[in-house]
Design a binder for this molecule. Structure first.
Ligand code: NCD
Length: 360
């Protein structure tokens, strides 16, 4: 059973096939208007979301399928103390595929172990957001015509921004992608990402502290919001919240065919005046999100055809390490009764399989 919890759960060939399918859907929407007739998507959103949830909903509707779910954990049995594992086991008897957003890192991985139907991670804490990554890849492909040999600058909250983590992981598998990390010290890319993804996978990256110094060399500028809800300390948030603002003056130094991406919502990191610039691609990016989610839902459902619906949890026994506990307070394993799973990362360190943090 194929799930999408991390962008690398899809091989490069599978990723490319989903992007190609999304492009085919864009070219001929009528052809796909009925392909998921009789299928149900459950959207389980434990954390606020506008575009991701509605994008999943409209994607399934455009495929001819139906959607059930909740957009507020307070209105579900979670408020009575139900675990993720139990919730998805129940939902799986009503639906064919699940899209889950959760404030706990690793919650969608737990869901995938117990659901018996395909699970899509629609964003877990500061960890990962693989469907935003597919959206970003489709946008880069459509705007630049390729997914290799370009320079991308990531600007803003690289520490808590899950869209950044997932996109860097995905891009590390394409040739000739240069990454420039633009962030204040407090919001640097997490250490596990720098060591494992960047150093070990050999992605060409460097860190700078202003966007002005790199603007002329960028093909893609990926702006992000400072993730206020993930800060433990309000003072620290206030110190960094206005770190980087893209305005027409700064954009003047960029290439004529550079594109500006942003997963949205934006706060103040891109001024409204930039919207009129043809290089501002972030609203086109949103629309691509719907098409790529159509392609993903349809592909996962097709791949699951003929697979038995398993009722026993799907857990690799080699990963179970009761002698360790995760050090991350935002990890699902620190609040719910789940198997303690740890693996050896590419950089040789032991990491929690739910959130990539080190054990205590
Ligand atoms: C992002 C997210 O939720 O991580 N938004 C989205 O899914 N489009 C980015 C953000 O919230 O800043």
């Amino acid at each position: 059973m194929k799930h999408l919890i991390e962008p690398t759960d899809l091989t490069v060939a599978e990723t490319d096939s989903i992007i190609a399918l999304a492009e085919d859907i864009i070219a001929d929407r009528a052809k796909y208007s009925d392909v998921c007739r009789g299928k149900k998507l459950a959207t389980l959103f434990y954390e606020p979301s506008t575009r991701t949830r509605l994008s999943f909903t409209s994607a399934m509707m455009e495929l001819g399928g139906d959607v059930i779910g909740f957009s507020d954990a307070a209105s579900s049995s979670v408020s009575k103390g139900e675990t993720v594992a139990d919730t998805v086991r129940v939902i799986a008897s009503f639906a064919d595929i699940i899209a889950m957003r959760h404030f706990k890192e690793g919650a969608p991985l737990v869901a995938s172990q117990y659901a018996g139907i395909p699970v899509i991670n629609a964003g877990d804490g500061s960890h990962a957001h693989p469907t935003q990554t597919l959206t970003d890849l489709l946008t880069i492909k459509r705007e630049k015509g390729r997914l290799d040999h370009f320079t991308i600058g990531f600007c803003g909250d690289l520490k808590f921004g899950r869209t950044v983590h997932s996109l860097i992981k995905a891009l590390s598998r394409y040739e000739g992608v240069r990454v420039i990390l633009i962030a204040p010290d407090e919001l640097r890319l997490p250490e596990y990402m720098r060591r494992e993804v960047c150093d070990k996978c050999g992605i060409d990256y460097r860190e700078v502290s202003t966007m002005e110094e790199v603007m002329p060399e960028l093909d893609v500028l990926y702006m992000t919001r400072v993730q206020k809800e993930r800060f433990f300390d309000e003072e620290e948030f206030n110190r960094v919240k206005d770190s980087f603002v893209l305005d027409p003056q700064k954009l003047a130094a960029a290439k004529n065919d550079m594109i500006v991406l942003h997963p949205l919502p934006r706060v103040n990191e891109i001024t409204r005046a930039v919207d009129a610039d043809p290089r501002a691609a972030y609203f086109r990016q949103v629309e691509n999100g719907k098409f790529v989610r159509m392609a993903l839902i349809y592909s996962l459902l097709r791949w699951a055809e003929g697979e038995p619906r398993r009722t026993a949890p799907q857990i690799d026994p080699a990963l179970i390490h009761p002698e360790f506990a995760c050090s991350n307070a935002r990890c699902i394993s620190t609040t719910e009764d789940v198997d303690p799973l740890f693996h050896l990362a590419a950089d040789g360190t032991c990491r929690c399989a739910y959130c990539e943090s080190r054990p205590k």
